[in-house]
Design a binder for this molecule. Structure first.
Ligand SMILES: [Zn+2]
Ligand SMILES: [Zn+2]
Length: 138
């Protein structure tokens, strides 16, 4: 197509058309990237949430989820492995309480509507009764 265009259009026009096509392609790419950043796909989001919960970090702002035996500790992705949990008694254990990120106010652990145990809010299923959340069904 480009060769045919090159033969039929004067050289000056051809240059402009080529630039226009390149601009259109660049704009499309840009829109695609912006879209994937603004509204990431559900799979990608879930993977990000899962990874964060696994490392006891807030999936929204990466602030450590300091609940249960890790209440008085501080860590990030790099230092998590070196973390040593302090010994503690059973009544100090707050891992069954609801938890909201103190840094960004994301609801991270809340009561399950079907079994009333505390479950990770941003993951699709309850870890006590397996009930699906809005996230899994939407
Ligand atoms: Zn947060
Ligand atoms: Zn449940």
């Amino acid at each position: 197509m480009l060769v045919v265009m090159h033969e039929h259009f004067p050289r000056r026009w051809f240059k402009y058309i080529l630039i226009l096509i390149l601009l259109a392609a660049a704009a499309r790419l840009l829109v695609y990237f912006i879209r994937s950043i603004v509204a990431p796909s559900k799979d990608k989001l879930l993977r990000q949430y899962r990874d964060a919960y696994e490392k006891f970090l807030c999936p929204v702002c990466e602030y450590p989820i300091r609940r249960g035996p890790m209440k008085f500790l501080y860590w990030n992705r790099r230092t998590l492995k070196k973390l040593r949990l302090p010994a503690q008694s059973a009544e100090e254990d707050t891992s069954g309480d609801p938890y909201i990120c103190p840094s960004c106010s994301a609801d991270l652990f809340s009561e399950c509507p079907s079994c009333h145990a505390v479950r990770p809010t941003l993951l699709p299923f309850c870890d006590h009764c397996g009930a699906a959340s809005d996230f899994a069904t939407s």
